[in-house]
Design a protein around this ligand. Sequence first.
Ligand code: SF4
Length: 355
Amino acid sequence: MRRKTRRITVGDVAVGDGAPISVQSMCNTDTRDVQATTVQIRRLFEAGCEIVRCAVPDEEAALALRGICADSPLPVIADIHFDYRLAMTSLEGGVQGLRINPGNIGERWKVQEVVRACAERSVPIRIGVNGGSLEKELLERYGHPTPEAMVESALGHIRLLEDLSFDQIKVSLKASDIRRTVEAYRQLADRVDYPLHIGITEAGTTWSGTIKSAIGLGTLLYDGIGDTLRVSLTGDPVEEVRVGWEILKALELRERGPVFVSCPTCGRCQIDLIAVAEEVERRLHDLPKKITVAVMGCVVNGPGEAREADIGIAGGKGQGLLFRHGQVVRKVPQAELADALVAEAWELVHQKGKG
Ligand code: SF4
């Protein structure tokens, strides 16, 4: 059961209150370089990104957001630290979300200015608590950036917005280790009903970061916690989007494109199954409909899995049986297995399109 939360919208993307969990990423281009940033946003969009964030380190970056937002097919969130003027310029440029911690803005009138500008434009604010940058006072009191300290930090920022009657709020509580992150989110989820943006921050490279994110986000999502997510990877942000989707697909929370089932191979396998599986996954990556594709090495478990899938193969000696909706279609020589599966997959997509 998903946790019940309030609904906010980021541009035209609904967040919370049962809306689909959306996949976010963050540009790693220089925001001042409008051309490079818009090209990256297009690539992220094509990979399935639904909300994108851009860092706003200075006034020039804030001014560049006007051109970026005008071109972006996705709602753009401005990521701002401390300087309320950068928030104001970003809002004037058309951003559809702000990531800023009100407690770090300074005098109350500055917070008021930002809140008023957000309210006028129906722009939500994400409070982003990060274990690495907790308030000094909390660190002194708790000794470390504990989950309790992170939650207290978030509640403090929330209170500042609520005092100004602003409730278009989303919250994240990221730490670079899974246990603290999960614990902090669980505690906050018991205290407030604002939508939560989840992620394991500074998770690592594509390989290790994917594992950490899958465990951390998977645990939270399995608990019903999480309304938007970002997989943070040291790499191409397009990979973040792909991994995010795979996590949601694995938990059957969203559908997008093919679902692959393939066996690890063993001594019974008599075809080059790994090559076939990799080729099929690569070639069907952009399939626009959900189709389950099974690539199995032999007749022990193969036919069973292949029958359950929309399409599949079960390997034999130098050849494979091609299945479609549980029925054997024909025998296919090994060299043609990938082509046959890809062709079957597209035929199914076209049929589903007509149906
Ligand atoms: Fe081995 Fe066959 Fe199972 Fe693949 S499906 S792991 S080849 S027993």
